[in-house]
Design a protein around this ligand. Structure first.
Ligand SMILES: *Cc1c(COP(=O)(O)O)cnc(C)c1O
Length: 400
C-alpha cells in the first residue's frame, strides 16, 4: 500500500494552497498592551478589533489581583481541578460569578471554547437532538460533532424556521428523549442578538433545553453587564445553560457556565475538558474575580462602551455606510466582495486604524466586511479619526 499524503509535504502544500487562494490568515504582532492606541507590527494604530470591550485587561485592580494571587499561590494550580488543583480561589470565582449572575450556581472552565467543547456533547447522545442556529460559533459546532445525537439547523435568528424544525422533530420515531436548542447570544460576525425570549418560549412548549453562548454579550448586555439572560429578563427555568467567557469584556481568560446546582454538578462530573486538563492559574482566577468586582462597583465602563458604540454607529450610518444588523459594540462595515473588504482594511491600516476584514469562508462570499469593535477607553478623538479614515477609504472604493 502506498499512502498518498506525505505528512509534512501535505502541510506545506495545504498552506500554499491557502495563500494562493487568498484564504490564509495573516497574524499580526501586538507589541504593547491591548489598549485603544497600541503598537502593532511596529506601527502605532487605533485598535478597533479587540474583544476587550471594557478595557479591563489593563484595569489596575484586575492587574493587581493577578500579581498578588500569583505571589501568594504560585504561577500554576499544580493539577487539574478534578485532582488536586481545585484551589479556594477557583471555588471563590465560581461562587462570585453565580452571585453576580443572580443564579444558584456557576462553574468556570479554562476557556470558553473548552466549556462548549466539554459540556455540549454531554447534553445529548444517541436518540437525542441538537437544534442549532446556522451561525453558531465553531466551539458549539465542534461540541455538537463530538456527540452521537442527531443535529438540525435553523436559519439564523429565524424562529419560524425553528418551529418548523421542532415540528419535524416531534414526528421523529422513536421520539427523541432530549432536545436542546443551542444559540449564540450575540453573533460575533454581525453583532446581532439571538431572539432568546422567543426561543425560550418555543423550547418550553416542547420541553426542550436552551443553551446560550453569550461570549460577546458578557460584560456588555443586561443590568450592569450581567449578560443576555439579564438583558431579556429570563429565568433559569427558561434558559438552562448560560455560557460565557472571561476572555472578552472581562479582559482575562476562562470560560464559564451558569444555571442550577444540578447543572454545575453534572458539568464538572461529565466535561472531559474540565476533568482532564489543568485548572487556570490562581492569578487568572483572582483577576477574573477582580473583573467581576469592577463591574459591580464601577458601572461607568459598561455605560461608556455603549456611548462609544452609539457615537460611532451614528456617524458611520450618517456617512452612508451599511452597518449590517449590529445591535451591540460589534459594528460590521459591509463591503460586499472580499477584495473590497481587504482593500478597505489595507487603506485604514496604512492610515493607522486597525480592524480586520472578515471574508469568505467566515462569512458568505458577498457579505465580506470589516468588523469593528468599540471599547470603553476609545476617546472622541480616536473615534473621529477612525470615522474620517473610513470616510476617505469608503469614498475611494465607492462604498459611500
Ligand atoms: C470567543 C468565543 C468563544 C470562545 O471563548 P474563549 O474563552 O476565548 O475560548 C465561544 N463562543 C463564542 C460565541 C465566542 O465568540
Amino acid at each position: 500500500m502506498q499512502i498518498k499524503r506525505h505528512p509534512t509535504k501535505y502541510m506545506g502544500n495545504e498552506y500554499r494552497r491557502l495563500v494562493d487562494e487568498n484564504l490564509n490568515w495573516e497574524i499580526r504582532e501586538l507589541q504593547t498592551a491591548n489598549e485603544p492606541v497600541c503598537t502593532v507590527d511596529g506601527k502605532e494604530v487605533i485598535m478597533l478589533c479587540a474583544n476587550n470591550y471594557l478595557n479591563l485587561s489593563t484595569h489596575p485592580k484586575v492587574v493587581k489581583a493577578m500579581i498578588e494571587a500569583t505571589k501568594k499561590y504560585g504561577a500554576g494550580a499544580g493539577s487539574d481541578r478534578s485532582i488536586s488543583g481545585n484551589m479556594t480561589i477557583h471555588e471563590e470565582l465560581d461562587r462570585h460569578l453565580a452571585k453576580f449572575k443572580r443564579a444558584p450556581a456557576s462553574l468556570t472552565y479554562q476557556t470558553g471554547f473548552m466549556a462548549n467543547e466539554g459540556l455540549v456533547p454531554q447534553l445529548c447522545g444517541r436518540g437525542d437532538l441538537f437544534i442549532s442556529d446556522e451561525l453558531n460559533h465553531g466551539s458549539i459546532i465542534d461540541g455538537v460533532r463530538l456527540s452521537h445525537a442527531d443535529r438540525a439547523i435553523f436559519k439564523h435568528k429565524d424562529t419560524e424556521d425553528l418551529v418548523r424544525v421542532m415540528d419535524e422533530a416531534e414526528k421523529h420515531k422513536p421520539p427523541y428523549e432530549h432536545i436542546w436548542i443551542l444559540t449564540d447570544g450575540v453573533f460575533s460576525m454581525d453583532g446581532d442578538l439571538a431572539p432568546l425570549s422567543e426561543i425560550a418560549r418555543i423550547a418550553q412548549e416542547h420541553g426542550a433545553g436552551v443553551y446560550v453562548d453569550d461570549a460577546h454579550g458578557e460584560g456588555v448586555l443586561g443590568e450592569g453587564g450581567r449578560g443576555i439572560v439579564s438583558h431579556f429578563n429570563l429565568s433559569r427555568d427558561q434558559v438552562h445553560v448560560e455560557m460565557g467567557t472571561f476572555s472578552k469584556a472581562f479582559g482575562v481568560i476562562g470560560g464559564h457556565i451558569t444555571g442550577g446546582e444540578d447543572l454545575r454538578n453534572f458539568a464538572y462530573n461529565k466535561s472531559r475538558t474540565w476533568l482532564l486538563s489543568g485548572g487556570v492559574p490562581p492569578g487568572v482566577a483572582a483577576a477574573c474575580i477582580a473583573a467581576i468586582e469592577v463591574l459591580e462597583s464601577e458601572p461607568q465602563h459598561v455605560k461608556m462602551v455603549w456611548k462609544n458604540r452609539e457615537y460611532f454607529m451614528k456617524a458611520m450610518k450618517d456617512l452612508g455606510f451599511d452597518t449590517g444588523h449590529s445591535e451591540t459594540p460589534i459594528v460590521p462595515i459591509m463591503c460586499g466582495d472580499s477584495k473590497t473588504a481587504k482593500d478597505l482594511a489595507n487603506f485604514i491600516w496604512k492610515k493607522g486604524i486597525f480592524a480586520l476584514p472578515i471574508i469568505y469562508p467566515m462569512v458568505a462570499r458577498d457579505k465580506a466586511r470589516i468588523r469593528t469593535q468599540l471599547c470603553t477607553k476609545h476617546t472622541k478623538e480616536h473615534l473621529d479619526k477612525a470615522i474620517a479614515t473610513f470616510e476617505e477609504g469608503g469614498k475611494k472604493l465607492a462604498l459611500i
